[in-house]
Every structure is written in C-alpha cells, then in structure tokens.
Design a binder for this molecule. Structure first.
Ligand code: GLY
Ligand code: MN
Ligand code: MN
Length: 439
C-alpha cells in the first residue's frame, strides 16, 4: 500500500472526478491485466496508472465503479476474495473487506460476482465513462454488461445511451500534482540522482554499458524503488546518438562520452534523468564545446518554465540556444532564425525539449487547448531535456564532431514563482562532473 499518498487523498480524487461527471452517469475503471513474459512466467505486475490514481489498490483482477449519488456508497470496488491457500502461494490479498477498511472504498464485492452485480448498477444511468478503446477485452466486457440491461428493456430497464472516453476528465486531474505527489516525485528524483552519481563514479574504460546499468539498478533497489520508470538507456560513444538505445551491451571506450537516461519509479511515480559524461572522467575539447551549448540551452529552457508561460516556451528557448551554438561551432551556417525556420537544426536535435511527467514517464494531459499551447500552472510537472546528436555518418560536418551524442535532462515542477528542479542531486556542469569522477 502506498505510504506517500494518504488514503483520504484517493477519496478526494474520486470525489473530484465525480463532481465533473454528468448527472446520472457511472464511471468504470479496470485494474491492469497481468501479462505473460514467457510460458508460465509473468511480468512483474504494475497497476494501471488511472486505476492506481483513484484507488491506491495494487492488485490485478479488480474494477472500480464510481456511481455518484448511490445510496449504499458511491465508490465501489470489485476485487479478488481472500483465499488462504492461494495467498500461501501468491501473497496477500486485501479482499472486499480490506478494500473498505484499508483503502477507504465505500462498498466492495468479489470480482467473481461482477457480471451479476454491475449491470444492475449501470441500469438507469444514461452515460457510461470508461477507458474506451484502450483494451479490446474490456470494451467487450462493458458491452456484455450493457447487453444484459438491453435484454430486460421489456421489463422497464433503462440501458445507457452514451459511452464516453474517461481519459479527458481524469487526465486533466492527473496533470496537476498535489503536494503529496510532488513529495513522491521528489523522492523518485532524489533516488535517481544518487543512482546517476554512482554510475558516474564507477565508470571506467574496460567496463561495458551494462555495468553502469547495474549500478543504477543497485541504487534504485537499495532505496526501495523496485522498478525503473522505463528501460534505462546507457549509450557509450555514438550509441548516445540513438535516442531509445537500450541494448546497453557495448564496451566503454576511453575518450568516449557515455549518455545515461534512466530514472526509477517510486510508489508509481516516475523520474527521468539524463546525464552525459566522459568515460575517462575528462571531456575533450569537442565534447566540452558541444556540452556547454546543451547545458546553456537547458538553463534557458528551465528559466522559461514558469506560470503564465506556455508549454512550448521552454522548447523555443532551448532551440534558439542550440541552433546558435551549432552556428558558432561551424556545424551549421546562416542565421539562427533561418536555421530554425527551414529545419536545418533537425539532424542535430530531432526531439522535443520535454514532456509531462507523473505516474507515467510520458504522462497524461493535453499539451494544447484548442489550437493554443497550454499555459503552465503550479503543480504541473515536466522534463527539460535538450540534446545535440552528431550522427557518426554525418559527412556534412568535420570528422572530429562525429559520433558525439549529448542530452541533459531534469525533472521540474511549476511553482508560484517559477519552477523547482526535483533532480538537482546529480551534477551537470563540466567542473562538477569532472570533480565527482576524480573523487
Ligand atoms: N527517457 C525517456 C524520455 O526521456 O523521454
Ligand atoms: Mn529520459
Ligand atoms: Mn524524458
């Protein structure tokens, strides 16, 4: 059971969602399915983020129904029943009683009874909110429940007429992080920063990329973060130019940089940090020159994260600094405005400067409202991650630049005055990195 988010906060979230629901409606949200890794081995279970956000209930085979105005309780959970023999093999189950006592649900039933009970709860509600189109088998389950009601129309039953995707309302709530959520994310950021420091200190030629991945996992686990938020990227040399490189199997070479993009998940909250540092502990002059451009771009972008600025301001700020830097170093020619307008920078910087961060690493929430970029507000949490990548086969630039890939990524939360960096426990200036590695 999560300890950073109190039980009453989950109830408040359900309350806020129900306030936004149309009159005479019901919301139905399933837990994540268990997934087979191979034969009878399952992937470690990770709860669905929407379900987790509303319940804190970490078991599979469960369904939450939110039924505003229901006399016997508005928040109803269907979950597995307790079973001493099963629990001896597979671990503790809360059971419907535990769901009420420990998780604060209003009412709960065995999941094995859902087909008998839920249609009666849907009956008479005109609108059903659910994660429409996310999972084929759940879509057809909802339709099965509705068919039960339709089969009884001649006895006066009222089937619902509207089926609405739940995401829009729920994801807008998830975009604004509470003080407790920010604490959980700060904790995730702190652990990930410590992991990056450990990897920097232990980098050495003769090792492999996976040796550094092992150092990251060590720190995550050692601090109680039992999973990464996404597969760790550890790219030595030109592997740093492959944005989603997760092979992590190449030897680390003296003279190369290594790019690590890795973050732990703590109580279902993600962190996402990238640092780039020299295997030898010392940047050479080309690495240093490009690194200073990316770092300056990141500072400018972080400075643009404040209330009143819109989502794209940070990207625009980073792009200007990166493009100017490429021109100054002779990797691009012409003016900054032209290079941005005609996309000349794209072979060197082909991704966005960030994304929302939360329970999912690429978290939910709209980036635009209508045609306009979303204006930043306190509690929104995002990454700031400019980079420069000089492909090893880019013959348009002098050979000395080729194969250098650099990204610097931090997690920030918008505050009243500006923003707070949640991942500043790991150095990013050249002086600090070289000092840490020499230590
Ligand atoms: N690690 C994934 C990302 O930075 O977006
Ligand atoms: Mn990342
Ligand atoms: Mn990221």
């Amino acid at each position: 059971m999560p300890s950073m988010i109190p039980v009453k906060e989950f109830a408040e979230r359900r309350g806020r969602l129900m306030e936004r629901m149309a009159p005479e409606s019901i919301a139905i949200i399933p837990a994540a399915p268990e997934r087979v890794r191979n034969r009878d081995v399952l992937h470690p279970f990770r709860q669905d983020s929407d379900f987790q956000y509303l319940t804190g209930f970490g078991e599979p085979e469960a369904v939450l129904a939110l039924i505003p105005g229901r006399e016997h309780g508005e928040s109803v959970l269907f979950c597995k029943e307790r079973n001493p023999e099963k629990e001896m093999w597979d671990g503790f189950l809360a059971g419907p009683e535990g769901a009420i006592e420990r998780f604060g649900l209003d009412d709960a039933f065995p999941i094995s009874d859902i087909d008998d009970i839920l249609p009666g709860m849907i009956e008479g509600r005109s609108r059903v909110y659910y994660p429409l189109g996310k999972d084929d088998s759940f879509d057809s389950k909802v339709m099965d429940w509705v068919k039960v009601i339709r089969s009884k129309v001649r006895t006066g039953a009222h089937p619902p007429g509207e089926f609405v995707a739940l995401e829009y309302m729920l994801h807008d709530l998830r975009l604004y992080k509470s003080a407790n959520e920010i604490k959980a994310m700060a904790k995730a950021g702190e652990i990930s920063a410590a992991a990056h420091c450990r990897a920097m200190k232990r980098a050495r030629k003769g090792g492999h990329e996976y040796n550094l991945e092992a150092e990251l996992i060590h720190t995550f686990m050692d601090h109680g973060a039992r999973s990464t938020a996404y597969p760790s990227i550890v790219g030595g040399g030109s592997n740093g130019c492959i944005l989603h490189y997760i092979e992590n199997s190449a030897p680390l070479k003296e003279g190369d940089l290594v790019l690590i993009d890795a973050g732990c998940e703590y109580e279902c909250y993600a962190s996402d940090i990238t640092r780039t540092f020299p295997v030898s502990g010392k940047f050479n002059s080309e690495q240093r020159a490009l690194y200073e451009v990316v770092l300056a771009a990141q500072y400018e972008a972080i400075d643009a994260v404040r209330p009143g600025n819109h989502w794209n301001h940070a990207h625009e700020a980073a792009l200007k600094v990166l493009t100017q830097g490429l021109i100054d170093l002779g990797l691009l020619s012409g003016t900054v405005d032209d290079a941005i307008d005609n996309g000349a920078y794209k072979p060197f910087f082909m991704h966005r400067t960030g994304h929302w961060l939360g329970m999912d690493v690429h978290d939910v929430g709209d980036y635009k409202v209508g045609d306009a970029w979303r204006v930043l507000e306190p509690g929104m949490t995002l990454t700031v991650e400019p980079g420069l990548y000089i492909a090893p086969d880019n013959t348009s630039v002098d050979e000395k630049w080729r194969g250098i890939g650099i990204r610097i990524e931090d997690d920030v939360v918008v505050t009243k005055e500006g923003c707070r960096v949640l991942t500043d426990g790991v150095p990013k200036t050249i002086t600090e990195i070289e000092a840490l590695m020499a230590d």
